[in-house]
Write a protein that binds this ligand. Structure first.
Ligand code: NI
Ligand code: MN
Length: 227
């Protein structure tokens, strides 16, 4: 069994057998978080989608406390190794796939920007298709709508899409993305953290139900779905 938990904002935790994987954990300076970074134990891998502070801020601390491996695009993996003293990193790039003990991670494109907090070049922003057993989960991460999503994430079991607008796609484009990808379930992310990205998730879910074939699943912060 696999459990997917929303850590709030763009942050997720996947638990499968004894493995824990985080995606973009953002907890310490996050007013919406209900978990603190030092509460996360037994983390094996941390995927980082891009260099913005609301995605990288807690990763080095969690990686070093758990001896976890940070997986990111080459430039960000190097930044964690050289400037944040992270012992274990794997650099990859868009289109590449990484095999892990519990499944695989494919790095997909994202339409966004990616400067690191100290001004370093963060390479290109990314999303991920995570495969565990036979379940495929697409984390679009911070991105605008783009049609190549269909090539990378066609018919995934679960799609995790931003709906916050302003910095990423909003509700309208998230509905369009859902039509393109045709996932079985779709989960909203990257909203509600601060007033500028507040959204009515129930309104989003109504539109998903009416306009797409997907089943919308709204999680509260800290809540999980299992599959
Ligand atoms: Ni961003
Ligand atoms: Mn962000």
């Amino acid at each position: 069994m696999t459990k997917l938990t929303w850590l709030s904002h763009g942050g997720w935790m996947i638990e499968h057998d004894n493995h824990r994987l985080l995606i973009d954990p953002f907890l310490t300076d996050n007013p919406a978080a209900v978990t603190s970074a030092d509460q996360l134990e037994d983390v094996a891998h941390i995927l980082i989608s891009h260099g913005h502070f609301d995605h990288v801020a807690d990763a080095a601390l969690i990686a070093n406390e758990n001896n976890a491996t940070i997986v990111a695009i080459y430039e960000i993996a190097e930044w964690f190794a050289k400037t944040q003293n992270v012992q274990s990193t794997v650099g990859m790039n868009i289109g590449g796939q990484l095999e892990l003990p519990w499944g695989s991670v494919k790095m997909t494109p994202a339409l966004h920007s990616s400067q690191l907090p100290d001004g370093s070049y963060g390479g290109e922003p990314a999303g991920f298709v995570v495969k565990i057993d036979r379940t495929r989960i697409y984390f679009a991460c911070d991105t605008a709508l783009f049609s190549d999503m269909k090539l990378y994430a066609d018919d995934v079991d679960i799609a995790v899409l931003p709906i916050g607008d302003l910095f990423t796609m909003g509700i309208e484009d998230s509905v369009k993305a859902t039509k393109l990808i045709n996932p079985k379930k779709v989960l909203p992310a990257h909203y509600g953290t601060w007033p500028p990205i507040a959204q009515d998730a129930n309104h989003w879910a109504d539109r998903i139900r009416k306009e797409t074939a997907a089943d919308p699943v709204i999680l509260e912060v800290g809540e999980s779905i299992s599959f």
